[in-house]
Design a protein around this ligand. Structure first.
Ligand code: NAP
Length: 248
């Protein structure tokens, strides 16, 4: 198990991870690895000797397959399609760390102006997609009796703003779903809703086009977040956790 010591990470990224003591290589499953936070996490874990199993919908998955061959594995898959998730889980088996990262942001607008189709698609991915992944991967983790499930929440899973109601609803759902799941897991496992902070990705640019560039890039964030996730365990089960420094 890796151990991380942080020191004011966003103020001085060079000082942010003073020491990472590496343990055994982990199998890390990440949904939504083609860009953004999921991609940055995947690249960090691979560069640091872990095995990454990932998915995404776009053709960038093919690029990942060529760049990072076996034991890493990347599958073109929409987490909202349960049958595909089931086949994927049957192929992969039990990861050590399961990161439910894939999600959508709504086009900012008052709730009454958001079309049903857009609302439904967001819920299908952000809530039902996470449940699909849990339904098909967690039984093997429970049978083994170990593993950590990290469900990406948000500041908007713990507070609200106008024009992001569907997204807020989905991230508040992540908090409740994950805390309830935590009460169901056997000792030795953990489920954690994780607020990553505010990071300059495609998603942030969609909801905050003018301000996104002032926030850290995903690669800098991953240097803090990826080792931080590695040290999560049963001591954290059911706690609402934030990546250190990520709210600044
Ligand atoms: N960025 C922030 O400041 C911030 C703040 C709070 C929380 N978060 C959370 O952090 C996570 C990552 O956000 P991000 O900013 O990296 O978002 P992003 O830049 O939009 O990236 C989202 C990733 O998810 C994939 N994805 C989307 N829908 C999918 C689906 N149905 N099936 C499989 N993959 C799918 C996308 O790839 P494809 O298009 O190829 O499918 C992409 O790789 C999300 O859960 C988000 O809510 C982000």
């Amino acid at each position: 198990m890796a151990r991380i010591i942080t020191d004011c990470p966003w103020l001085n990224p060079c000082l942010s991870v003073k020491s990472v003591v590496k343990g055994a290589s982990k199998i890390v499953l990440i949904t939504g690895v083609t860009r953004g936070l999921g991609r940055a996490l995947a690249e960090w874990y691979i560069a640091n000797g872990h095995t990454v199993i990932g998915c995404g919908r776009s053709a960038e998955v093919l690029n990942l397959r060529f760049t990072h061959p076996a034991p890493h594995d990347f599958t073109a898959l929409d987490v909202a399609e349960e049958n595909r998730v089931a086949l994927w889980a049957a192929k992969v088996g039990a990861p050590d760390i399961l990161i439910n990262n894939a999600a959508l942001m709504n086009t900012p607008a008052p709730l009454w102006k958001i079309p049903a189709r857009e609302f439904n698609q967001l819920i299908d991915v952000n809530i039902k997609g996470v449940a699909n992944v849990i339904r098909h991967f967690v039984p093997a983790m429970v049978a083994r009796g170990s593993g950590v499930i990290v469900n990406l929440s948000s500041g908007w899973g713990r507070s609200t703003s106008p024009e992001v109601a569907p997204y807020c609803a989905s991230k508040y759902a992540m908090e409740g779903l994950t805390k309830s799941l935590a009460q169901e897991l056997p000792a030795g496992m953990a489920a954690v809703p994780l607020n990553p902070g505010v990071i300059d990705t495609d998603m942030l640019r969609l909801c905050w086009p003018d301000g996104a560039a002032n926030h850290p890039k995903a690669e800098a964030w991953a240097k803090i977040a990826a080792p931080f996730i590695l040290q999560l365990g049963p001591k954290d089960n059911g706690k609402s956790i934030s990546v250190p420094g990520g709210d600044e």
